[in-house]
Design a protein around this ligand. Structure first.
Ligand SMILES: Nc1nc2c(c(=O)[nH]1)N[C@H]1C(S)=C(S)[C@@H](COP(=O)(O)OP(=O)(O)OC[C@H]3O[C@@H](n4cnc5c(N)ncnc54)[C@H](O)[C@@H]3O)O[C@H]1N2
Ligand code: MOO
Length: 402
């Protein structure tokens, strides 16, 4: 019989291996077409090709006069006007000019724009008063300068950022191939928890993980199903989990080994299977992952910073994967260390840190319950397992978090 990957005593799973296992667990959700505004923030389900050429014709980049460069230094006779949306339909002959405005089509016969600050006009007569356009084609945007029909504007798997929405709109698209929005159920567990905003004088603890996770998902194509605060009772947890209809169920708390850590047995009692549990990660070691019906289940540790780090490393990437992202992992970049760091132990460590003057300074206390240090942090310094001590000024990998 194969070893149970969730048994106590089994080596902790490296972060990258855990991520890879999640990405093969379930394929991305079904594709659909969505209007531009609804597609924003999702991932392209196919390459998006330009349906038109931009600009569609040679256009003026400035307000002034369309001329033939060969006619410089003038004078000219103004024979018509071209405005954006109202082109001049005639042909401009030698010695002639057309009044033109930014974004308007260049009239036939013209090749250059003389800006109005460098010209003077008296009725039909136009003369040069400044240096004039330095070269043939000056102040003209050539047809196809931005892109040509058939050219890829967004590649499959790329996120539809505001700029990509705009280029797709300009490329002639009113709706885009994306994947449907995701349903993510969030449950906090723990008898000590009360809803945020409850009477703050007692011993009970305001529930913060749910609001934090919802905030982390707010900019993603996700509909959150809020399961609220669940008590540390196996039957309640089991019945709630069994009734969930979602693509992803995220729980926090009850993931460790204590007598009240019931998420794992509750998932199993609801008919689910745990694929892995416990990761070579600090904070966030007790995270578990599995399947329940069609849903992926991610059981995050209750400590708020552990929940944040595991959400960053697993929840957001799973959402991106299910949504069709080509690269679902968070962007790792680098920064110089502001202070030395001691050698690391056997788990990859994600240290809360602030970037000041281009250098990353880790908080002195890294207790995973401390939310204020997380709230003050702008990045997490990644310390690989068994990394040797590091000097100030050395480069380190970081995840930007604010
Ligand atoms: N004997 C061991 N004890 C613990 C281990 C271990 O390996 N052996 N692992 C520790 C680690 S690491 C972590 S992280 C915690 C996480 O355990 P749980 O997921 O079971 O978390 P809880 O015990 O339910 O809660 C931990 C802590 O966080 C507070 N909490 C929980 N949920 C919320 C919430 N939604 N909002 C705000 N705060 C929350 C809770 O009150 C606890 O203080 O286990 C260690 N123990
Ligand atoms: O996730 Mo636990 O924080 O490693 O304390």
């Amino acid at each position: 019989m194969a070893a149970d990957p969730t048994a106590l005593g089994v080596a902790l799973l490296p972060v990258a291996e855990a991520q890879a296992r999640l990405f093969v667990m379930v394929p991305p959700v079904a594709p659909e077409r969505a209007p531009l505004r609804a597609a924003a923030g999702r991932w392209a389900a196919q390459d998006i090709l330009a349906r038109r050429t931009q600009p569609a014709a040679d256009l003026s980049a400035m307000d002034g006069y369309a001329i033939r460069h060969a006619d410089l230094p003038g004078p000219w006779r103004v024979v018509g006007e071209s405005a954006a949306g109202n082109p001049f339909n005639g042909t401009v002959a030698a010695g002639e000019a057309a009044r033109i405005f930014t974004g308007a089509a260049m009239p036939a016969g013209t090749d250059t724009v003389l800006i109005q600050e460098e010209a003077a006009r008296d009725g039909e007569r136009l003369i040069l008063t400044g240096e004039g356009p330095g070269h043939h084609g000056r102040n003209v945007r050539r047809r196809g300068l931005d892109f040509s029909e058939g050219q890829p504007l967004v590649r499959v798997g790329e996120r539809l950022t505001p700029a990509r929405i705009a280029v797709a709109a300009t490329g002639g698209h009113g709706d885009l191939p994306v994947r449907r929005r995701l349903r993510v159920a969030i449950a906090a567990t723990g008898d000590e928890l009360v809803p945020p905003g409850s009477d703050p004088t007692g011993l009970s603890l305001p529930e913060s993980n749910g609001a934090m996770l919802a905030a982390m998902l707010a900019h993603l194509p996700v509909d959150v199903i809020d399961l609220g605060i669940l008590p540390d009772r196996l039957d309640t947890l089991r019945d709630t989990f069994a009734g969930v209809e979602a693509d992803l169920l995220v729980t926090t708390g009850g993931a460790s080994v204590g007598d009240h850590d019931l998420v794992r047995p509750a998932i199993e009692a609801a008919g689910g299977v745990i694929d892995f549990w416990r990761i070579a990660l600090r904070p966030g070691k007790p995270m578990m992952a599995g399947r329940l019906g069609d849903a992926i289940v991610l059981g995050l540790p209750g400590n708020p910073v552990s929940a944040f780090v595991t959400a960053t490393l697993f929840v957001l990437p799973v959402v991106a994967h299910l949504g069709g992202a080509g690269d679902p992992l968070p962007l790792v970049t680098s920064a110089l260390l502001g202070e030395p760091l001691p050698a690391n132990q056997g788990r990859t460590d994600y240290l809360r840190a602030e970037i000041r003057d281009g250098r990353a300074f880790a908080s002195t206390i890294q207790d995973s319950s401390m939310l204020l240090t997380l709230a003050r942090s702008t990045c997490l310094i990644i310390r690989p397992a068994h990394a040797p001590a590091a000097q100030a000024g050395e480069s380190a990998e970081i995840l930007v978090i604010a």
